[in-house]
Design a protein around this ligand. Sequence first.
Ligand SMILES: Nc1ncnc2c1ncn2[C@@H]1O[C@H](COP(=O)(O)OP(=O)(O)OP(=O)(O)O)[C@@H](O)[C@H]1O
Ligand SMILES: [Mg+2]
Length: 257
Amino acid sequence: MQSRVSTGIEGLDQILDGGFVRNKSVLIAGGPGTGKTLMALNFLYDGASRFGEKGLYLSLENNVKDVMSDVKATFTDLEWNRYLHKDILAVKLPKKDYGKLSDVVKKAVREGGIKRVVIDSVTMLKIYASNHAEFRTNLLSMIESFRSLDCTIMLISEKPYSQREDNRFSVEEFVSDGVILLYNIPKGELRYRALEVIKMRGVKHTTKLCPYMITPSGIKVFPIESTFWIASEQDKRFTLRANSVEPKKGGLFGKRG
Ligand SMILES: Nc1ncnc2c1ncn2[C@@H]1O[C@H](COP(=O)(O)OP(=O)(O)OP(=O)(O)O)[C@@H](O)[C@H]1O
Ligand SMILES: [Mg+2]
């Protein structure tokens, strides 16, 4: 069996039958605000805090100071200051250096002992590629060249939709070793977060749509629960709060019974 890397995301290892495949690439794709960047940093934090594995977050667009300030504001239970700059490095790669991306990653892995790399996002490489063929060829050769490194790679990609029915698979999903899609599904007045594993080469993974939540201690995925059962529990809480009534114990937010 292939060696695995814990994702650090509660519930996700279970869906993946043990975690990501070590030294392979996984693509996290989703619409705006679905939690792609948070999931990536959750993965790096877990590597540093539980396994002593150094991580590199490569931003191709956003200012890393802003990204880290947002992640600290969201994951307030995590000790970012303990690991940032030492075990988790966050670097912005300017557009003029996109062509050097592979070399930057290889150098960081070989000379800096980095074991987990996040590239946020490959959509930027797509935007600045001269054409579709160039993007596909470059991305594939980059992913293939990373396979010989002792490092697990997480690629982030943007999707212009929120529901699984609207998905049109893109180049990066075909060339990556694994793909996880994040959705923000509209229903009634609310939107509900859910993810699915589209592929994970060599892994017998779940194919169910699984709800997830962004919490102060990290992202939590619920492998068994139904997205809209959780949704109905959330609805209940909102309604009870609005009416200043304490919710009854039961369901996801308390003991059932
Ligand atoms: N404390 C919190 N509790 C719950 N959800 C939060 C909290 N803080 C932020 N969020 C949610 O997380 C989202 C930001 O997550 P993130 O930056 O990882 O998304 P993204 O998919 O990377 O977005 P983008 O496409 O803009 O890069 C916010 O838009 C908000 O919906
Ligand atoms: Mg992001």
